[in-house]
Design a protein around this ligand. Structure first.
Ligand SMILES: Cc1cc2nc3c(=O)[nH]c(=O)nc-3n(C[C@H](O)[C@H](O)[C@H](O)COP(=O)(O)OP(=O)(O)OC[C@H]3O[C@@H](n4cnc5c(N)ncnc54)[C@H](O)[C@@H]3O)c2cc1C
Length: 478
């Protein structure tokens, strides 16, 4: 059940509080509510064997909060909502269309966390994430392990970006990051394997930065959310049904917020079901725009005419071994001034690396096929120039994943959609979402449970900025 605060924040949204296992479609198409357990799968089977999270249950005809997408954003939002809610009865359902996570960005991520951003909100979210990771065992028990490697990030710049690096560093320090600036000589002393000829400065994270296993973090959050009573369901959102008739939705009365209260989902056996909800959270990663379109976002009038600017962008990650004397085990994730990066992978001789392409060279996004020529032609020459030991390397493998890329300003879009009283967004993190996952879920929970942000004010990252053409650019995109 929704808490008192939630009821006051979302008036008129709580009509369907106790509707379990019955069809509530009014005069709309009545989709069957399937009650046989064979239509449900325990989607923990698609996760690592590290944790067994039971998610078997019936598709509910109603849920208080429906979360679309079981990646880091959706799972974290579900976890925090349950963790922070005073009411144990708060009913949360997460639907995930691909429980094997074949295209999910979270599990294909490089898992880096850094405070080396330009926007205060991004720095604060990453600091929250670092604290969350530091205290993981207190929250999830002594076995909670995400293979955290605290080696920091090293961002290198030439003369033209030195001032910007110093400005960013000042904000990062003010907000609590532990980064230091190194000049050319200091860089060479500390990292003898680095070619610093055309480098002016470097920013090195000495605490709270590094990388971890995103899959393990997702599992822990999912287990936490499940233990607190969240239901995870294998289903695809295929449509929304808005309250009222079509014209109400297209042209509401002045100042009247519109509700959206019913989702149509496709089940693995091909059948469709209806789930009514009081609140919906859209966390569908790189497919968020398509899901938003089902709620007429981008295809209506007025506030609905503005699409959610989140698109797929394919990013390659290459796994290689150095045949020269490689950088040592204390090597940070190093970002070259060109944007090419590399880091160690494990304690052996392996490294991973990659680079975002220029806009004109964005690859197709139909498949996750890896283009190894891109490494040979674009990435390797840069890495070999910067780290002479990489002149001789052997590529062992590679993978690719989709950035849920915000084409408007490359930053997360968080908060309530201005048109709907009960539709929340958590998407568009453009390559820095894994570290922000704990914080974004926490922020969404605050917004829903308390009606406002209490810990980090993320108001500037809401959808309104897109409508008002007020971009929040982040220079620290990799
Ligand atoms: C190669 C790569 C490297 C990265 N490196 C880093 C890094 O070092 N640091 C960092 O902070 N971030 C990094 N990121 C970014 C980070 O992984 C993402 O920002 C983050 O994982 C996004 O999480 P999400 O939950 O929004 O999306 P996802 O993890 O993609 O989850 C969304 C889920 O929604 C589901 N879904 C979609 N449509 C529907 C529907 N209609 N019905 C039901 N379910 C649906 C999808 O199946 C998917 O599982 C990287 C990303 C990539 C691709």
């Amino acid at each position: 059940m929704l808490s008192k605060q939630m009821k006051s924040f979302v008036p008129n949204v709580c009509k369907h509080l106790v509707h379990n296992f019955s069809v509530q479609c009014g005069n709309k198409t009545a989709y069957p509510i399937l009650q046989r357990s064979d239509i449900f799968r325990d989607d923990s089977k698609g996760m690592a064997n590290k944790s067994k999270t039971s998610s078997i249950g019936l598709i509910p005809s109603h849920t208080d909060i429906l979360v679309i997408g079981g990646g880091i954003m959706g799972t974290s939002a579900a976890y925090w909502l349950k963790e922070k809610s005073a009411s144990k009865a708060l009913n949360i359902t997460v639907i995930e269309k691909d429980p094997k996570f074949t295209k999910n960005s979270t599990v294909l991520s490089v898992g880096g966390i850094r405070q080396q951003f330009s926007l205060p909100e991004n720095i604060q979210m990453s600091l929250f994430g670092a604290e969350f990771l530091r205290t993981l065992k207190n929250r999830f028990g002594p076995d909670a392990d995400i293979c955290y490697t605290p080696n920091g990030y090293l961002t290198l710049v030439g003369e033209n970006k030195a001032e910007q690096l110093l400005d960013n560093h000042r904000i990062q320090k003010e907000l609590g990051a532990c980064n230091i600036i190194l000049n050319k000589t200091q860089l060479k002393e500390r990292f003898p394997w680095l070619n610093t000829d055309d480098i002016e400065l470097g920013c090195l994270g000495v605490e709270k930065e590094g990388w971890f296993d995103p899959w393990s973090l997702l599992n822990l959050l999912k287990k936490g959310a499940t233990d607190l009573g969240t239901r995870f369901i294998h289903a695809e959102l295929i449509d929304f049904i808005c309250t009222g008739n079509e014209s109400d939705v297209q042209k509401p009365e002045v100042n009247q917020l519109v509700e959206i209260n019913e989702a149509i989902v496709l089940l693995p056996n091909g059948e469709k079901a209806s789930i009514t909800f009081d609140i919906c959270i859209l966390a569908a990663g790189s497919e968020s725009k398509t899901v938003a379109q089902k709620a007429k976002i981008g295809s209506g009038e007025g506030l609905l005419s503005v699409p959610l600017p989140v698109e797929r962008r394919k990013r390659y990650v290459y796994n290689f071994v150095s045949q020269g004397e490689p950088p040592g085990t204390n090597t940070p994730l190093t970002i070259d001034k060109t944007g090419a990066y590399f880091r160690r992978e494990g304690l052996g001789d392996g490294f991973i690396g990659g680079m975002s392409p220029v806009a004109s060279e964005e690859p197709e996004t139909d498949t996750l096929e890896v283009d190894y020529n891109y490494f040979d032609d674009k990435v390797w020459p840069i890495l070999a120039e910067r780290i002479p030991a990489f002149n001789s390397i052997k590529v062992r493998s590679g993978w690719s994943g989709y950035y849920e890329y915000n084409t408007f300003d490359k930053n997360g879009i968080i908060g309530r959609h201005p048109y709907y009283r009960n539709f929340f967004l958590a998407t568009g993190f453009s390559g820095h979402g894994i570290q922000q996952g704990p914080s974004v879920g926490h922020a969404i929970a605050e917004l829903i449970l308390h009606g406002k942000y209490r810990t980090i004010d993320l108001t500037r990252l809401n959808f309104d900025r897109i409508i008002n053409n007020n971009p929040m650019y982040e220079v620290g995109i990799v």
